[in-house]
Structures are given as structure tokens and as C-alpha cells.
Design a protein around this ligand. Structure first.
Ligand SMILES: C[S@@+](CC[C@H](N)C(=O)[O-])C[C@H]1O[C@@H](n2cnc3c(N)ncnc32)[C@H](O)[C@@H]1O
Length: 279
């Protein structure tokens, strides 16, 4: 099994907490868990799948809106799954690789298939086949909702007149290039892949990651943790050009001061939704 994600990302217990916080911050800025065109069409007890679910956090939150629904989460790794006994009885989690054909038992089963933040796992040629693959899981009239961030245009900004952004810029300079190729796809190509997979209509919603200004500091600290964890992973592996551990520790401290001074990072969040035709 090829796990592109694990080349750059860690799966520690603390990552589960970070993912939960990131999900809440993103949902606060987006303003919904499911696009309004989806909620307008859903039955009272929908069948909803969440792909690359990590902790199942999305399903547990959407379950509050549809307590009678059925919720199936899947991920290439079960590392972040809660224990089965800790899940409500209508939530189930399983292992599934989005790059392999979906088992036929899952075809035509869901009113909604949700995917969020899979970019670190995706190479440029992976997106279109994944959309075709996941579309097979939809019932006629079902929706594929896929949320990705435009990290290609991530910008450190100052929130106050005296904010210092220097260390956030340093971090972006060091790691922007590493992720540039991967970050160039997905957020901007998903609507076309959805159209090519026969979904119609396809709608795209774009919102700024700092729409709710109170989330700026927390969301920045959360995202910085990903870059610093990557830097530490590279240091551990002795990768060429890796930063020294002390240098990473110093950068982390300085970034905390940037954030305290009101600096933050901003990017666009793209939600793409496509509907499987009714016949
Ligand atoms: C950044 S996390 C996002 C988790 C969740 N969707 C959220 O928004 O909080 C990415 C997840 O994708 C999973 N993943 C990576 N490669 C995958 C693949 N090929 N198929 C399915 N899941 C994959 C990882 O294991 C990880 O849990």
C-alpha cells in the first residue's frame, strides 16, 4: 500500500486533537457542515459517508443534525479512529484507500459522500480518478462534497499595525516550495473533475479562512503545527536540507510571538459539491 500522506504527515495521538480543532475552526469560517443545496435535498435519515475521516469528527458533528441517519467513515489508516465502543451505534469506521476501486457493496449507497483536507495524500494525477471512484458510492440524486484549502496562496498577514510576521514568512519560505506541486491541484480542479465524472450541477463555494476574525490566532497556531511536525519528521529522518532540531524549536517560539502580536496566516477554503443525476 502506498501511503503518500505518511511521507509528510505524522499520525500521533496529538494530531487527533489538532484535527478536531482544525475541523471546528474551518466549519466556523465556512458556516456549515453540509452545503445548503445538500441540506435542502436530504431525507430525515440520510446515509452519509466521510472519506479520509481520521477521527470520525465530521460524522460525529453531522450526526447531531440527523440523529436518525447512518454514518460510515473510512480512512487508509485506523490510527486516529476512536475505539468502536466509544462510537454511537449509527456511526461505523473502516479502512479504505481512496486510490483503490471502492468495493461494490458500497456502490449507490449514500446520500452524501464527504471528503475534506486530503491534499497531503494526493499527487496531481490522483484527483480525477478519486472523484470517479467516490461518485460510484452515491445514490441517484446523492451529493459529493469535497473541501480543500488553497495553500498555494497561503499568506502571512498582520492583524494589527505593530504585528510582526517575520517568522511566519520564514516558515512559509522554507516549506512553501516543498508543498507547491501538490498544493497546485484539488482546490481549483475538483469542480472540473466532478463535471467530467458526470455530476450535475456542480457548485463551488469559496470562503476566506479568516472570515471570523476571532479564529485567526488559533487557526494559525493549528496550521503551523503541521509544518513544524513536518520539519521534525525530516530532521528525524536526516533528510537532505532538514532544519536542525534546535533551529525548529527556536522558530516555533518566535512564531508564537508573531501570533501573539496579531500576525496570522490566511488562505481560501474551497467547497466543491456535485450531484449525481437522478437517472
Ligand atoms: C489532514 S487529515 C484530514 C482528516 C479529516 N478529513 C478532517 O478534515 O479532519 C487527512 C486524512 O487522510 C487520510 N488519508 C491519507 N491518504 C489516504 C488515502 N489514500 N485514502 C484514504 N484516506 C487517506 C489520512 O490517514 C488522514 O487521516
Amino acid at each position: 500500500m502506498v501511503d503518500t500522506y505518511a511521507e509528510k504527515m505524522t499520525r500521533h495521538p496529538s494530531d487527533a486533537q489538532r484535527l478536531g480543532e482544525q475541523l471546528d475552526l474551518m466549519v466556523e469560517n465556512i458556516g456549515y457542515l453540509l452545503h445548503p443545496s445538500i441540506t435542502a435535498a436530504l431525507p430525515k435519515a440520510p446515509a452519509i459517508a466521510d472519506i479520509a475521516t481520521a477521527t470520525g469528527g465530521f460524522l460525529l458533528r453531522v450526526r447531531d443534525l440527523y440523529p436518525e441517519g447512518t454514518f460510515d467513515g473510512s480512512d487508509i489508516s485506523p490510527a486516529a479512529f476512536p475505539l468502536p465502543g466509544d462510537l454511537p451505534e449509527n456511526v461505523a469506521l473502516a479502512v479504505l484507500d481512496v486510490k483503490k476501486p471502492v468495493p461494490e457493496t458500497l456502490h449507490g449507497k449514500y446520500d452524501v459522500v464527504n471528503v475534506r483536507m486530503l491534499v497531503a495524500a494526493m499527487l496531481p494525477g490522483d484527483w480525477a480518478p478519486a472523484v470517479v471512484n467516490l461518485s460510484r458510492m452515491l445514490k441517484p440524486g446523492g451529493f459529493l462534497q469535497w473541501t480543500e484549502c488553497d495553500l498555494l496562496h497561503l499568506e502571512p498577514l498582520r492583524g494589527r499595525t505593530d504585528s510582526s510576521v517575520e517568522n511566519l514568512r520564514l516558515l512559509q519560505g522554507r516549506f512553501g516550495a516543498v508543498f507547491r506541486e501538490q498544493a497546485s491541484y484539488g482546490w481549483n480542479t475538483l469542480p472540473t473533475h466532478m463535471q467530467e465524472a458526470g455530476l450535475h450541477p456542480v457548485v463551488r463555494d469559496v470562503v476566506s479562512s479568516d472570515r471570523i476574525s476571532d479564529t485567526r490566532g488559533k487557526a494559525t497556531a493549528n496550521r503551523v503545527r503541521v509544518f513544524l511536525a513536518f520539519a521534525r519528521l525530516m530532521a528525524e529522518r536526516g533528510a537532505p536540507g532538514a532544519m536542525a532540531v534546535e533551529e525548529i524549536d527556536r522558530l516555533e517560539m518566535n512564531i508564537q510571538n508573531d501570533i501573539k502580536s496579531g500576525a496570522y496566516i490566511r488562505y481560501d477554503i474551497h467547497v466543491s459539491c456535485g450531484r449525481k443525476p437522478l437517472n
